[in-house]
Design a protein around this ligand. Sequence first.
Ligand code: PLP
Length: 389
Amino acid sequence: MALDRGAATPFYLVRSEPIQASLRELESQPFGFPTRHWFSCKTQPAAPVLRWWRGQNRPIEVVSEFEFRAALREGFPATSILVNGPAKHRWLPRVSIPGIRVHFDSMNELKALESQARAHQWKLGLRLRTRGEMDPENPDRPTQFGMDPSEFQVAVRRLQRLGLPLETLSFHLRTNVPSPDFYQAALQEAAEVCEAARFRPRHLDCGGGLPPPHVLMRRGIRYDARMSLQELASMYRRQRHRWPSVEELWLENGRFLFAGSGALAIRVLDIKERGGLRQLICDGGRTLHALISTWEHHELIPLVPRRGTKIRTVVHGPTCMAFDQLAYRQLPKGIRIGDVLIWLEAGAYHLPWETHFCHGLAQVWWEDDAGLQLARDAESFEAYWGRWR
Ligand SMILES: Cc1ncc(COP(=O)(O)O)c(C=O)c1O
């Protein structure tokens, strides 16, 4: 246990075993295509996770210069790096190496990068924005990603005319896709777009989006309430005949593979009782470590079980923001100052959204077959302040 080894709250604990278990679950599904799972680096950009994934000879998907450089630093070969995301023309030219895979997100990006694509022998894909890809917060507005079908066709023709190796059709619908129907609608639309463009992809990259188990929306419903892996795989099998040229299905699931691999440990520093509420003020919380708690509800368990009636409790972080509420729920009255609380499913979109709001970054512990080790120190004052010139 990390606390016995000197871990100091707040800290994240990340373990390889749950990642392996989720991979096994996904890989046991017969999707009807040979399937390749890419590590969505943005989900959990932590060095030990990259090293572990690399050690399994698995490929990585990156969307920024720093992620790309991290993948190179950790020894991923060029052919195992897929560069995705918008506006890559701003940074990719200064760090590109031969042989990588690049998915163009727009015509402007394609035109800005096509000569480098040739010079560096990139393998190429195009990201399609399917009809269903609307901003979840503003459902009347399309998302900003990928190319609409008409633009997609122009891009296919251009790359074919230039003789560049266009191999992949890619889309990423959104995160926490509610059911297989959404992927099915996207696949049907994508097949029509490919037909119209006379594009026969070798790879079909359907992005990420699978909801992880155990995570609830704030209204208490599981994100995966209507998602079944068996039904998803069966849907892919039914679509197989529409994609005769496809040699591999590519998936980039972040949350599904990684959420369960992490936990956040925080300590209760102060307790207030007011307005019929118990307020636990802790050394970590939403603002610093778990922005995701704004819309997700995860399990929160006291490390040492406490008795007592359960009462309405708010778990606050230490920042001066009323917003800093990791959880609001019934918790045992016996919880006291000094107790450690564990927030689960913290292995996806916690570390990359950690903030520096008046405090330094937390420790990160990593556990794999070789044991438990401190992977990242808590940020020191010197690191926090010393970067100012
Ligand atoms: C292109 C792409 N692939 C994969 C992912 C991973 O998504 P998720 O964590 O929902 O599986 C994302 C997330 O934003 C993405 O933008």
